[in-house]
Design a protein around this ligand. Structure first.
Ligand SMILES: O=C(O)c1cc(=O)[nH]c(=O)n1[C@@H]1O[C@H](COP(=O)(O)O)[C@@H](O)[C@H]1O
Length: 271
């Protein structure tokens, strides 16, 4: 999916919501655990309930890999079930020497037909570039992550003055354009968004950390929205585990709708 198509979807649904499919066999409702493929059954019902309110879905690969072959099957079935007009992010946090990155890219872009993959920038240009060789596919580079430990490296001041995350934003612009590169910025770091928007005014940002991690959708939207929206805000546990009973899907749908309605207001106000 290209940037225009993504923005068209955002306008059509008045939403920049990404639903995180961090589907954990120990957290899904009891009655689904007896199904043939419990993770897929859970995801299917979550997708059906939230599809009108979300433009993107982000399966977190760890939750599937943890189950070996069966988990990969649940993941592939989930991706195949998602309609073509939603943006699919493989949250895989990959990145390795060039020939290995190329194989990761083929796995997630060709085998699984995802639109985007999260990539760690730590190994530098030749580890990121192979992911950028695929037309209309996206690299989402970790810049300023939502977790407390992110500051151990990302906020370190370099001798030239930038913090490390700022250097990631600046340097990576030599590798690809805003038609193929996005950045992860945690909702818990909303205070940095004004500065980030000065460095990357036009790029899309994937913003996880609203809901369970306590980030504010209002703050993120106020400081992060640009004229083409420029945001995909993810919530995983706050939607998919909002209710643990047989009503889990309809409660997930209501949670997604609440976020979408808030987003519709912000789009009107700031975009
Ligand atoms: O790359 C990510 O998606 C990510 C980056 C980051 O900085 N923080 C972060 O929480 N995430 C992911 O976003 C999701 C957040 O989940 P919830 O906190 O349950 O909404 C998880 O899948 C995390 O792995």
């Amino acid at each position: 999916m290209n940037k225009k198509q993504l923005f068209d979807q955002i306008r059509a649904k008045a939403s920049y919501l990404c639903v995180g499919l961090d589907s954990d066999i120990h957290k899904i409702p009891e009655h689904l655990r007896k199904a043939d493929d419990p993770l897929f059954e859970f995801n299917k019902q979550i997708i059906d309930a939230t599809i009108d309110y979300a433009v993107a879905y982000k399966p977190n690969i760890a939750f599937y890999e943890a189950h070996g072959l069966k988990g990969w099957e649940s993941l592939m079935k989930t991706i195949a079930y998602l309609p073509d007009d939603v943006f699919i992010i493989a949250d895989a946090k990959r990145g390795d020497i060039g020939n290995t990155s190329k194989m990761y890219a083929r796995a997630f872009f060709e085998q699984m037909n995802c639109d985007a993959i999260t990539v760690a920038p730590y190994m530098g240009e030749d580890s990121v570039k192979p992911f950028l060789d695929f037309p209309e596919k996206w690299v989402i580079l970790l810049a300023l992550t939502s977790n407390a430990g992110g500051k151990d490296f990302q906020n370190l001041a370099l001798t030239e003055g930038d913090q490390l995350y700022e250097r990631v934003l600046k340097k990576s612009q030599d590798w690809g354009s805003d038609e193929e590169l996005m950045y992860v910025v945690g909702a818990t770091k909303a205070e940095a968004l004004t500065n980030i928007r000065q460095i990357v005014p036009n790029h899309f940002l994937l913003v996880p950390g609203v809901g369970e991690q306590g980030g504010s959708l209002s703050e993120v939207s106020r400081h992060g929205l640009n004229s083409e929206c420029g945001l995909l805000v993810n919530s995983s546990r706050g939607i998919i585990y909002a209710d643990g009973s047989k009503s889990f899907a309809s409660v997930a749908g209501s949670k997604a709708r609440e976020l979408q309605q808030e987003m519709a207001n912000y789009l009107e106000k700031y975009c």
